[in-house]
Ligand binder design. Structure first.
Ligand SMILES: NC(=O)c1ccc[n+]([C@@H]2O[C@H](COP(=O)([O-])OP(=O)(O)OC[C@H]3O[C@@H](n4cnc5c(N)ncnc54)[C@H](OP(=O)(O)O)[C@@H]3O)[C@@H](O)[C@H]2O)c1
Length: 259
């Protein structure tokens, strides 16, 4: 297995991790890193066959992994996920809310999204279903399993595009492009991170939002400067925090980002 993650992180032997949107992009690399550290990784994707292909590759590499069909927007899939994890493991140590969509561009993925005044209701609603409501509902549902862990960690894969400080700063690299659905859904996810972490402060659970960098995936595009392997690093760092680590923060690697 890869030893990039092993170099700076503790063993996750005996830990169970769920990664959503794990059949491609950053989710695959997060899964690979967590498996390399010794966790049993539940590779979750809305296409169960693709999830199984990723899990099989992790097992072939010596890791522990299983596949789960999980469309994060489907309540029945989320409930089935709870049942499957409860039956197989009885607990959950790490939840990575990684699944996300960016639909604002008129033809998908181009750097020329509609102006906020032209944003389509369907795009806004679908984006919030995946990027905001789904991680909330999944976290709420899995909280009882997370509370059975001695060191539960939740990582919400947000984006610097959800930072109100950056969106309103003409000097910020995210300022020139306005993607109303994506940006506001990630800002709302950040607010959820603050509020749920505050509720659980004083318990062993740590919940943080992260920005993975601008990463070369289908969403990030070919111009993005960060490899998909490096794009997994921040999520893995905050999934493996020690007891003295932060909760309720927003990070890119060691840097604390402004809300
Ligand atoms: N790439 C960047 O530069 C960048 C920057 C900041 C933040 N992020 C965030 O990083 C996360 C991963 O993005 P990525 O770059 O790896 O993008 P990606 O390659 O487009 O992958 C997105 C993943 O989300 C999954 N997904 C979408 N809707 C889903 C649903 N309803 N249920 C379950 N899974 C669903 C996709 O599954 P399918 O394969 O089934 O479509 C895919 O696996 C996202 O939250 C994104 O917002 C990315």
């Amino acid at each position: 297995m890869a030893n990039r993650a092993e170099a700076s992180n503790p063993s996750l032997s005996g830990k169970v991790a769920l990664v959503t949107g794990a059949a491609r992009g950053i989710g695959v690399e997060i899964s690979r890193d967590l498996a390399a550290l010794g966790a049993h990784v539940i590779v979750a994707a809305r296409d169960g066959q693709k999830a199984e292909e990723v899990a099989a590759r992790l097992r072939e590499g010596g890791g522990k992994a299983s596949a789960l069909k999980l469309d994060v927007t489907r309540e029945e899939d989320r409930k089935a996920a709870y049942e499957a994890i409860e039956a197989a493991h009885g607990k959950l140590d790490i939840l990575i809310n990684n699944a996300g969509i960016l639909l604002d561009s008129p033809d998908g993925g181009t750097p020329a999204p509609r102006q906020p005044s032209q944003a389509l209701p369907s795009v806004l609603r679908e984006t919030f279903e995946v990027n905001f409501f789904a991680p909330i509902f999944l976290t709420q549902l899995l909280l009882p399993l997370l509370k059975r862990s001695d060191a539960p960690r939740v990582v919400n894969v947000a984006s610097i595009r959800g930072s109100l400080a950056h969106l309103s700063d003409p000097a910020s690299p995210v300022y020139p492009v306005r993607a109303l659905g994506y940006d506001t859904s990630k800002a709302a996810l950040n607010a959820f991170t603050i509020l749920i972490a505050e509720e659980l402060r004083g318990t062993p659970i740590k919940i943080n939002a992260i920005h993975p960098g601008w990463v070369r995936t289908e969403m990030g595009g070919g111009q993005a400067p960060v490899s998909v392997e490096d794009g997994a690093r921040t999520a893995v760092q905050y999934a493996t925090l020690g007891a003295d680590g932060p909760t309720g923060g927003f990070f890119f690697l060691d840097e604390r980002l402004p809300w």
